[in-house]
Design a protein around this ligand. Structure first.
Ligand code: NAD
Ligand code: DAU
Length: 367
């Protein structure tokens, strides 16, 4: 009978009904803060601790509206004592913290080695000791780049071939995770996602840099000829993919996250100008990035078929419009970082004549 069943039910509310304790590293950055907002909206029971060093890329303002619902710890993922304590209190670690910008890695690679490699090592040692489930957030850039006409896209079996100090340290951190799974039985999964866009992305990155330039009456800046292709995905779709892997992914496995959003850079700039009511050709070509990857493209079949994940944002232009609206409405958020970011760029990037169309490698420097 029903009463027997309820009498036989486990007495402990503790344990079974205890809400999940999640440690989110890098939760004051772009994708991590969106992960915190999404998780609290969809899983009101989740208990979140954010560990973030608040580097130039992180701000507590990205957690406005949820700071009273989480525990915020300012600290470094390479601080072994702190990490050991926080991991010891967690049921799940979701690792977003990283040095994330390719241009910065060309100017000074050291913080990338320190955070992406030593920081990840430090987390792995802690999850190994405390036997805590770990999800590792990585990038499609670990696979290098593709030709524009290559019919293949990146998949879980594509060999690693990173180009930049950023992508090589992310590749190295992925390999550490794989080794800790195989050697020590760490309960980990890995995701490699394509280029994200959406609210709260630092203005050093391509899309927010151009939107905020246009707001400021400054011409958008295109590297080289702008034929480089990126595979854009809305940040919320990335994060629902991360949750699908945490909930249903197989331990030790890698899943690629992508939303079939391939667009070249010059098209993105023209789309932004048009959406903001400007002449679509009112942009500057500037010095190209050294070693600039030509094309990224993700085949996310595995995530879709094995874990039943689907992106919600299927139309890049409407996602872009929503992102433009967010930057227009949230100048308080990005204004403090804009001048410093542009000063950094001005030191290395010069306006050049339009490189010849079809020659993505031309540097087109005018003298
Ligand atoms: P971001 O630069 O916006 O945020 C990084 C956050 O990590 C910041 O809040 C920063 O303060 C924090 N941080 C940096 N070093 C730290 C340290 N040593 N200790 C603690 N915190 C530290 O980066 P993002 O774009 O949100 O990327 C998040 C993750 O997603 C990264 O691992 C990145 O490689 C990966 N990724 C990004 C993209 C993308 O398009 N942005 C795509 C795929 C994967
Ligand atoms: O693919 C995933 C990766 O996407 C993530 O791992 C990285 O963390 C993230 O920064 C991003 O890397 P990219 O180098 O592709 O992103 P970024 O926004 O720096 O540049 C996107 C493209 O736009 C790239 O081809 C360079 C170009 N670009 C960039 C800037 C900042 C411009 O043409 N002009 C610019 O001002």
């Amino acid at each position: 009978s029903l009463s027997t069943a309820s009498e036989a039910a486990p007495p402990a509310r503790v344990g079974r009904l205890r809400s999940m304790q999640i440690l989110v590293t890098g939760g004051a950055g772009f994708i991590g803060s969106n992960f915190v907002h999404l998780t609290l909206a969809q899983r009101p029971d989740a208990q979140i601790t954010v560990l973030d060093a608040l580097t130039y890329a992180g701000t507590k303002a990205s957690l406005d509206g949820v700071l009273d619902k989480i525990t915020f710890v300012e600290g470094d993922i390479a601080d072994a004592e702190l990490v050991d304590r926080l991991v010891g209190e967690a049921d799940l670690v979701v690792h977003f913290a990283a040095e994330s910008h390719n241009d910065n890695s060309l100017a000074n690679p050291w913080p990338f080695v320190q955070t992406n490699l030593i920081g990840t090592y430090t987390l792995l040692e802690a999850v190994r000791k405390h036997n805590v489930r770990y999800h590792h957030v990585s990038t499609d850039e670990v696979y290098g780049d593709l030709e524009l006409d290559d019919p293949e896209r990146f998949s879980e079996s594509t060999p690693y071939n990173p180009s930049s100090p950023y992508s090589s340290t992310k590749a190295g951190s992925d390999l550490l995770v794989r080794a800790w799974v195989r050697s020590f039985g760490v309960q980990a999964t890995i995701s490699n996602c394509s280029n994200n866009y959406g609210p709260r992305q630092h203005v050093e990155k391509f899309i927010p840099r151009q939107i905020t330039n246009v707001i400021d009456g400054v011409r958008p800046k295109l590297y080289g000829a702008g034929l480089n292709v990126r595979d854009w995905i809305h940040v919320d779709d990335h994060n629902t993919g991360v949750w699908a892997i945490i909930d249903r992914g197989q331990i030790g496995e890698t899943y690629l996250i992508g939303a079939d959003g391939e667009v070249n850079n010059v098209t993105v700039i023209r789309d932004i100008l048009e959406a903001m009511g400007k002449d679509p050709n009112a942009f500057d070509h500037v010095t190209d990035r050294a070693g600039h990857d030509l094309r990224y493209a993700i085949d996310s079949t595995r995530l879709r078929t094995e874990l039943g994940w689907q992106p919600q944002y299927r139309d890049f232009r409407s996602g872009l419009q929503a992102t433009i609206d967010w930057y227009k409405a949230n100048e308080d958020w990005w204004r403090p970082m804009k001048a410093e970011t542009e000063a950094k760029y001005a030191a290395t990037q010069k306006v050049v004549q339009a490189p010849v169309e079809g020659d993505a490698d031309a540097d087109g420097e005018s003298h």
